[in-house]
Design a binder for this molecule. Structure first.
Ligand code: NDP
Ligand code: 8X3
Length: 252
Protein backbone atom coordinates (compact mmCIF):
# COMPACT_ATOMS: atom_id res chain seq x y z
CA UNK A 1 0.00 0.00 0.00
CA UNK A 2 1.26 3.49 -0.92
CA UNK A 3 1.06 6.38 1.52
CA UNK A 4 -2.54 6.89 2.65
CA UNK A 5 -4.40 10.20 2.82
CA UNK A 6 -7.82 10.38 4.52
CA UNK A 7 -9.87 13.29 3.15
CA UNK A 8 -13.23 14.45 4.53
CA UNK A 9 -15.62 16.22 2.18
CA UNK A 10 -14.15 14.72 -0.99
CA UNK A 11 -17.34 14.88 -3.06
CA UNK A 12 -16.64 18.43 -4.27
CA UNK A 13 -14.49 21.54 -3.95
CA UNK A 14 -11.21 21.46 -2.00
CA UNK A 15 -11.63 17.86 -0.87
CA UNK A 16 -12.13 16.55 -4.39
CA UNK A 17 -9.23 18.69 -5.65
CA UNK A 18 -6.98 17.34 -2.88
CA UNK A 19 -8.00 13.82 -3.85
CA UNK A 20 -6.90 14.50 -7.44
CA UNK A 21 -3.64 16.12 -6.36
CA UNK A 22 -2.59 13.34 -3.97
CA UNK A 23 -3.75 10.64 -6.42
CA UNK A 24 -1.61 12.19 -9.14
CA UNK A 25 1.34 11.56 -6.82
CA UNK A 26 0.43 7.93 -6.17
CA UNK A 27 -1.23 8.18 -2.76
CA UNK A 28 -3.90 5.71 -1.73
CA UNK A 29 -7.04 7.57 -0.75
CA UNK A 30 -9.77 7.23 1.84
CA UNK A 31 -12.50 9.56 0.65
CA UNK A 32 -15.51 10.62 2.68
CA UNK A 33 -18.69 12.63 2.24
CA UNK A 34 -22.44 12.16 2.64
CA UNK A 35 -23.31 11.80 -1.06
CA UNK A 36 -22.41 8.17 -1.78
CA UNK A 37 -23.14 8.50 -5.51
CA UNK A 38 -20.79 11.47 -5.89
CA UNK A 39 -18.18 9.68 -3.83
CA UNK A 40 -18.40 6.66 -6.15
CA UNK A 41 -18.02 8.92 -9.21
CA UNK A 42 -14.96 10.68 -7.80
CA UNK A 43 -13.40 7.38 -6.72
CA UNK A 44 -14.06 5.80 -10.12
CA UNK A 45 -12.45 8.70 -11.97
CA UNK A 46 -9.40 8.61 -9.72
CA UNK A 47 -8.90 4.87 -10.12
CA UNK A 48 -9.22 5.18 -13.87
CA UNK A 49 -7.04 8.29 -14.25
CA UNK A 50 -4.29 7.54 -11.77
CA UNK A 51 -4.54 3.80 -11.11
CA UNK A 52 -4.59 4.41 -7.36
CA UNK A 53 -6.41 2.54 -4.60
CA UNK A 54 -9.47 4.36 -3.28
CA UNK A 55 -11.69 3.46 -0.36
CA UNK A 56 -15.00 5.30 -0.05
CA UNK A 57 -16.70 5.95 3.27
CA UNK A 58 -20.10 7.64 3.10
CA UNK A 59 -21.05 9.18 6.44
CA UNK A 60 -22.14 12.42 8.01
CA UNK A 61 -19.37 13.94 10.14
CA UNK A 62 -22.05 15.25 12.51
CA UNK A 63 -22.94 11.69 13.47
CA UNK A 64 -20.47 10.64 16.15
CA UNK A 65 -21.45 6.97 16.07
CA UNK A 66 -21.24 6.82 12.27
CA UNK A 67 -17.79 8.43 12.27
CA UNK A 68 -16.53 5.96 14.88
CA UNK A 69 -18.01 2.97 13.09
CA UNK A 70 -16.60 4.00 9.70
CA UNK A 71 -13.08 4.55 11.00
CA UNK A 72 -13.06 1.50 13.30
CA UNK A 73 -14.32 -0.61 10.43
CA UNK A 74 -11.38 0.21 8.15
CA UNK A 75 -9.45 -2.88 7.06
CA UNK A 76 -6.14 -3.13 8.93
CA UNK A 77 -4.02 -2.10 5.93
CA UNK A 78 -6.11 1.06 5.51
CA UNK A 79 -5.49 2.07 9.14
CA UNK A 80 -1.89 2.97 8.31
CA UNK A 81 -2.95 6.55 7.60
CA UNK A 82 -0.23 9.11 6.85
CA UNK A 83 -2.28 12.27 6.40
CA UNK A 84 -5.69 13.37 7.62
CA UNK A 85 -7.27 16.30 5.78
CA UNK A 86 -10.15 17.74 7.80
CA UNK A 87 -11.94 19.60 5.05
CA UNK A 88 -15.69 18.82 5.30
CA UNK A 89 -17.54 21.96 6.24
CA UNK A 90 -19.99 24.60 5.22
CA UNK A 91 -21.51 27.99 5.82
CA UNK A 92 -25.28 28.41 5.95
CA UNK A 93 -26.86 31.82 5.50
CA UNK A 94 -25.57 35.38 5.71
CA UNK A 95 -27.90 36.67 8.40
CA UNK A 96 -27.33 39.28 11.04
CA UNK A 97 -26.78 37.69 14.45
CA UNK A 98 -30.18 38.82 15.75
CA UNK A 99 -32.02 37.33 12.74
CA UNK A 100 -30.10 34.12 12.22
CA UNK A 101 -31.65 30.69 11.93
CA UNK A 102 -30.80 28.46 14.89
CA UNK A 103 -30.80 25.32 12.73
CA UNK A 104 -28.15 26.92 10.51
CA UNK A 105 -26.06 27.65 13.60
CA UNK A 106 -26.43 24.08 14.87
CA UNK A 107 -25.45 22.61 11.51
CA UNK A 108 -22.36 24.80 11.15
CA UNK A 109 -21.15 24.04 14.66
CA UNK A 110 -22.00 20.34 14.39
CA UNK A 111 -20.19 20.03 11.05
CA UNK A 112 -17.27 22.46 11.17
CA UNK A 113 -16.35 22.00 14.82
CA UNK A 114 -17.83 18.81 16.22
CA UNK A 115 -17.44 16.89 12.95
CA UNK A 116 -13.78 17.82 12.78
CA UNK A 117 -13.39 16.72 16.39
CA UNK A 118 -15.12 13.36 15.88
CA UNK A 119 -13.06 12.51 12.79
CA UNK A 120 -9.81 13.66 14.38
CA UNK A 121 -10.45 11.80 17.62
CA UNK A 122 -11.04 8.61 15.61
CA UNK A 123 -8.11 8.95 13.19
CA UNK A 124 -5.38 10.73 15.15
CA UNK A 125 -4.68 7.76 17.51
CA UNK A 126 -3.70 5.82 14.38
CA UNK A 127 -1.07 8.46 13.58
CA UNK A 128 0.08 8.46 17.21
CA UNK A 129 0.49 4.69 17.10
CA UNK A 130 2.76 5.01 14.07
CA UNK A 131 4.69 7.95 15.56
CA UNK A 132 4.40 10.07 12.44
CA UNK A 133 1.98 11.74 10.10
CA UNK A 134 0.23 15.02 9.47
CA UNK A 135 -3.14 16.58 10.13
CA UNK A 136 -4.23 19.31 7.72
CA UNK A 137 -7.20 21.34 8.92
CA UNK A 138 -9.05 23.55 6.46
CA UNK A 139 -9.91 26.77 8.27
CA UNK A 140 -10.71 30.04 6.54
CA UNK A 141 -9.93 33.75 6.48
CA UNK A 142 -13.24 33.78 8.39
CA UNK A 143 -11.30 32.14 11.22
CA UNK A 144 -8.86 35.04 11.31
CA UNK A 145 -11.22 37.99 11.00
CA UNK A 146 -14.93 38.37 11.76
CA UNK A 147 -17.13 40.06 9.15
CA UNK A 148 -20.72 41.32 9.14
CA UNK A 149 -23.26 38.49 8.82
CA UNK A 150 -20.48 35.94 9.33
CA UNK A 151 -21.12 35.41 13.07
CA UNK A 152 -21.34 31.65 13.68
CA UNK A 153 -19.51 30.59 10.51
CA UNK A 154 -16.62 32.81 11.61
CA UNK A 155 -16.83 31.41 15.15
CA UNK A 156 -16.68 27.85 13.83
CA UNK A 157 -13.55 28.67 11.83
CA UNK A 158 -11.97 30.47 14.80
CA UNK A 159 -12.54 27.17 16.57
CA UNK A 160 -10.71 25.33 13.78
CA UNK A 161 -7.82 27.76 14.22
CA UNK A 162 -7.74 27.18 17.99
CA UNK A 163 -8.07 23.41 17.65
CA UNK A 164 -5.22 23.32 15.13
CA UNK A 165 -2.98 25.07 17.66
CA UNK A 166 -4.18 22.75 20.43
CA UNK A 167 -3.58 19.62 18.35
CA UNK A 168 -0.10 20.84 17.39
CA UNK A 169 0.84 21.20 21.07
CA UNK A 170 -0.68 17.92 22.27
CA UNK A 171 0.72 15.94 19.34
CA UNK A 172 4.18 17.46 19.64
CA UNK A 173 5.73 14.51 21.55
CA UNK A 174 4.53 12.21 18.77
CA UNK A 175 6.19 14.29 16.01
CA UNK A 176 2.91 14.66 14.17
CA UNK A 177 2.67 17.75 12.00
CA UNK A 178 -0.44 19.89 12.27
CA UNK A 179 -1.03 22.36 9.47
CA UNK A 180 -3.94 24.80 9.28
CA UNK A 181 -4.78 26.18 5.84
CA UNK A 182 -7.00 29.26 5.74
CA UNK A 183 -8.28 30.09 2.25
CA UNK A 184 -10.10 33.20 1.16
CA UNK A 185 -12.96 33.18 -1.33
CA UNK A 186 -12.77 30.16 -3.62
CA UNK A 187 -15.10 29.01 -6.37
CA UNK A 188 -16.57 25.68 -5.25
CA UNK A 189 -20.07 24.60 -4.20
CA UNK A 190 -19.52 26.60 -1.00
CA UNK A 191 -21.46 29.71 -2.07
CA UNK A 192 -24.36 27.69 -3.47
CA UNK A 193 -24.63 25.80 -0.17
CA UNK A 194 -24.37 29.00 1.84
CA UNK A 195 -27.09 30.64 -0.26
CA UNK A 196 -29.24 27.50 0.11
CA UNK A 197 -29.40 26.69 -3.58
CA UNK A 198 -29.97 30.24 -4.86
CA UNK A 199 -27.64 30.17 -7.87
CA UNK A 200 -28.06 33.88 -8.61
CA UNK A 201 -27.02 34.90 -5.10
CA UNK A 202 -24.17 32.40 -5.15
CA UNK A 203 -22.83 33.79 -8.43
CA UNK A 204 -22.80 37.31 -6.97
CA UNK A 205 -20.32 36.19 -4.31
CA UNK A 206 -17.66 36.02 -7.02
CA UNK A 207 -18.65 39.18 -8.91
CA UNK A 208 -15.80 41.38 -10.11
CA UNK A 209 -12.78 39.35 -9.07
CA UNK A 210 -11.03 36.13 -9.93
CA UNK A 211 -11.40 33.88 -6.88
CA UNK A 212 -9.17 31.02 -5.82
CA UNK A 213 -9.89 27.69 -7.47
CA UNK A 214 -10.07 24.43 -5.52
CA UNK A 215 -6.87 23.25 -7.21
CA UNK A 216 -4.99 26.25 -5.76
CA UNK A 217 -5.83 25.09 -2.25
CA UNK A 218 -4.99 21.48 -3.10
CA UNK A 219 -1.58 22.59 -4.41
CA UNK A 220 -0.85 24.28 -1.08
CA UNK A 221 -2.07 21.28 0.93
CA UNK A 222 0.13 18.97 -1.13
CA UNK A 223 3.13 21.28 -0.77
CA UNK A 224 2.85 21.18 3.03
CA UNK A 225 2.78 17.39 2.81
CA UNK A 226 5.99 17.12 0.78
CA UNK A 227 8.42 18.88 3.10
CA UNK A 228 11.21 17.04 4.91
CA UNK A 229 10.22 15.29 8.16
CA UNK A 230 11.77 18.05 10.30
CA UNK A 231 9.77 20.87 8.63
CA UNK A 232 6.16 21.68 9.50
CA UNK A 233 4.14 24.53 8.04
CA UNK A 234 1.88 25.50 10.93
CA UNK A 235 -0.41 28.07 9.41
CA UNK A 236 -1.10 29.30 5.88
CA UNK A 237 -3.46 32.07 4.81
CA UNK A 238 -4.02 32.25 1.07
CA UNK A 239 -6.32 34.52 -0.88
CA UNK A 240 -6.72 35.42 -4.52
CA UNK A 241 -4.74 38.47 -5.58
CA UNK A 242 -7.89 40.62 -5.54
CA UNK A 243 -8.59 39.84 -1.86
CA UNK A 244 -6.53 41.18 1.06
CA UNK A 245 -8.37 39.58 3.98
CA UNK A 246 -11.90 38.55 4.93
CA UNK A 247 -13.17 42.07 4.23
CA UNK A 248 -11.15 43.93 1.59
CA UNK A 249 -11.54 43.11 -2.13
CA UNK A 250 -10.42 45.00 -5.22
CA UNK A 251 -13.29 44.35 -7.64
CA UNK A 252 -13.05 45.13 -11.38
P1 NDP B 1 -17.96 22.44 -1.11
O1 NDP B 1 -19.38 22.73 -0.74
O2 NDP B 1 -17.61 22.37 -2.55
O3 NDP B 1 -17.47 21.10 -0.39
C1 NDP B 1 -17.82 20.80 0.93
C2 NDP B 1 -17.56 19.33 1.20
O4 NDP B 1 -17.88 19.07 2.57
C3 NDP B 1 -18.42 18.42 0.35
O5 NDP B 1 -17.65 17.34 -0.10
C4 NDP B 1 -19.49 17.93 1.32
O6 NDP B 1 -19.86 16.60 0.99
C5 NDP B 1 -18.71 17.92 2.65
N1 NDP B 1 -19.61 18.01 3.79
C6 NDP B 1 -20.39 19.06 4.14
N2 NDP B 1 -21.12 18.73 5.22
C7 NDP B 1 -20.78 17.46 5.56
C8 NDP B 1 -21.20 16.56 6.56
N3 NDP B 1 -22.11 16.91 7.48
N4 NDP B 1 -20.65 15.32 6.61
C9 NDP B 1 -19.74 14.96 5.69
N5 NDP B 1 -19.29 15.76 4.71
C10 NDP B 1 -19.82 17.00 4.65
O7 NDP B 1 -17.11 23.57 -0.39
P2 NDP B 1 -15.52 23.84 -0.26
O8 NDP B 1 -14.74 22.81 -0.96
O9 NDP B 1 -15.31 25.24 -0.61
O10 NDP B 1 -15.37 23.69 1.31
C11 NDP B 1 -14.44 22.85 1.94
C12 NDP B 1 -13.98 23.49 3.22
O11 NDP B 1 -13.32 24.71 2.92
C13 NDP B 1 -15.09 23.86 4.20
O12 NDP B 1 -14.66 23.55 5.51
C14 NDP B 1 -15.24 25.37 4.04
O13 NDP B 1 -15.73 25.97 5.20
C15 NDP B 1 -13.80 25.75 3.75
N6 NDP B 1 -13.57 27.01 3.06
C16 NDP B 1 -14.17 27.31 1.87
C17 NDP B 1 -13.88 28.50 1.21
C18 NDP B 1 -14.53 28.90 -0.06
O14 NDP B 1 -14.63 30.12 -0.35
N7 NDP B 1 -14.96 27.97 -0.90
C19 NDP B 1 -12.87 29.43 1.75
C20 NDP B 1 -12.31 29.01 3.01
C21 NDP B 1 -12.63 27.85 3.61
P3 NDP B 1 -21.36 16.03 1.03
O15 NDP B 1 -22.30 17.17 0.73
O16 NDP B 1 -21.35 14.96 -0.01
O17 NDP B 1 -21.50 15.49 2.41
C1 8X3 C 1 -15.07 30.95 3.17
C2 8X3 C 1 -14.52 32.29 2.86
O1 8X3 C 1 -14.86 34.80 3.13
O2 8X3 C 1 -16.83 33.45 2.63
O3 8X3 C 1 -14.59 30.45 4.36
O4 8X3 C 1 -15.84 33.39 4.81
S1 8X3 C 1 -15.56 33.53 3.40
Amino acid sequence: MEKIVFITGATSGFGEACAHKFAAHGYSLILTGRRADRLADVAGTLRQTHGVEVLELAFDVQDRAAVGAAVDGLPAEWKEIDILINNAGLALGRDLFQDANLDDWDTMIDTNVKGLLYVSRAVVPMLVKRGRGQVINIGSVAGKQVYERGNVYCASKYAVDALSKAMRIDLLPHRIKVTAIHPGAAETEFALVRMKGNAEAAKKVYDGYQPLQAADVADVAYYTATLPPHVCINDVVLTCTQQADAYYFSRD
